[in-house]
Design a protein around this ligand. Structure first.
Ligand SMILES: Nc1ncnc2c1ncn2[C@@H]1O[C@H](COP(=O)(O)OP(=O)(O)OP(=O)(O)O)[C@@H](O)[C@H]1O
Ligand SMILES: [Mg+2]
Length: 342
């Protein structure tokens, strides 16, 4: 089990006429991923998804909050002693080209981490080759074909499968898949998603799935949890199916309305939520206090301008919504014509 509590991160960005500015990438985020579980984070570009994935994998520091892996708070350990724990989390990058060293064969790419694993678990060196073959078969590729080959000799889909096999060499508890299919040919995406789903069952690995596409989040974790990130804040959280069927935060509603086809959920155009355009970036960022979504929300009131809604405290879970949200006016909405929402 891997949990995060109150994870916050602010980046300082240099430059511009205003000099350095602070960009809050994550605001007080809580999460939990279990073995075999599926947790999806969804949000638009810049919402903090990659930052969160990197923090969970130990590749980025955070300013506040605690990551607990297998019951051990990471803050209690020295940097060096954290490393074995963070190996329990393996990151799968969106670009399988850059994730693999072009000068090494697949055999070489798997051999190094497996040699480490063999040492850690007291296995003989002969185990390395058989395990490499086993892992490649597990991700659905022919070991005899790929082992002697270089990354450029493989298709994008195969490369991503090799990346997943390499992540599995460490027997991780959780795979963090950050837009793992976005750079793969559309025809091959479903195969990779099906593989991740299958690995949850077969190997018992948890998947933390990061995406801007709610349809893929739904596919990978229809039985799992969905977290909706908006500008670094989780604004809605609950069972994936529940949220997709019944989103209550206006931001989630707008994300869902952008899906062209989602079988069983399509509604006529007039029933979709289309929030207003932001009233201006500067106004949105410069405000202190108040709901972060106000600049784009067609339903905001004076209270939303003044007070900041907190996930779980100000919204749900209640009987009507079941999921938690950070909204003062959560509602099942069906008729929200563009521009007439107020
Ligand atoms: N190393 C960094 N230095 C400064 N700012 C950063 C850094 N990394 C991320 N940010 C900022 O933090 C915010 C969140 O970025 P992040 O990459 O986590 O978003 P994301 O949800 O993954 O976006 P995308 O969908 O485009 O991948 C953005 O405003 C980004 O500009
Ligand atoms: Mg990203």
């Amino acid at each position: 089990m891997i949990t995060g509590t109150g994870i916050s991160k602010t980046f300082r960005q240099r430059g511009g006429v205003l000099g350095a500015r602070e960009v809050p990438a994550l605001r007080d985020v809580d999460f939990a991923v279990e073995r075999g579980g599926a947790v999806s984070f969804i949000g638009e570009s810049g919402s903090g998804k990659t930052t969160l994935g990197r923090i969970i994998a130990g590749l980025e520091t955070h300013d506040a909050g605690e990551i607990v892996i297998d019951g051990v708070p990471m803050s209690s350990l020295s940097h060096r002693r954290r490393q074995p724990y963070f190996r329990r989390v393996q990151l799968i990058h969106q670009d399988p080209y850059s994730a693999l060293n072009p000068t090494r064969t697949v055999h070489q790419a798997l051999e190094a981490p497996l040699a480490l694993r063999a040492r850690q678990t007291g296995r003989p060196r002969s185990w390395i080759d058989s395990r490499a073959q086993e892992l490649l078969s597990m991700v659905g590729i022919d070991p005899g074909y790929v082992l002697p080959r270089y990354p450029h000799q493989l298709s994008g889909g195969m490369r991503q499968r090799v990346v997943i096999a390499r992540a599995l060499t460490m027997d991780p508890e959780v795979l963090v898949a950050d837009e793992a299919v976005s750079m793969i040919d559309v025809s091959l995406r479903l195969g990779i998603l099906a593989l991740l789903k299958d690995l949850r069952e077969r190997v018992g690995v948890g998947v933390l799935f990061i995406t801007h596409d709610i349809a893929t989040a739904r596919y990978i974790g229809d039985d799992g949890e969905l977290y909706v990130l908006y500008r670094g804040q989780v604004v809605e959280r609950g069972a994936t199916e529940k949220i997709i069927a019944d989103p209550v935060h206006p931001y989630t509603q707008s994300l869902l309305s952008a899906i062209p086809v989602l079988h069983g959920l399509e509604r006529p155009g007039a029933e979709r939520v289309v929030p207003k355009e932001p009233r201006g970036e500067s106004q949105g960022e410069g405000r202190t206090g108040g709901c972060l979504f106000v600049p784009r929300c067609p339903f905001s009131t004076e209270r939303c301008e003044r007070e900041t809604p907190v996930l779980g405290r100000d919204g749900g879970p209640d009987q009507e919504t079941e999921q938690e949200h950070a909204c003062f006016h959560p509602r099942r909405r069906s008729v929200i014509p563009v521009g007439v929402g107020e």
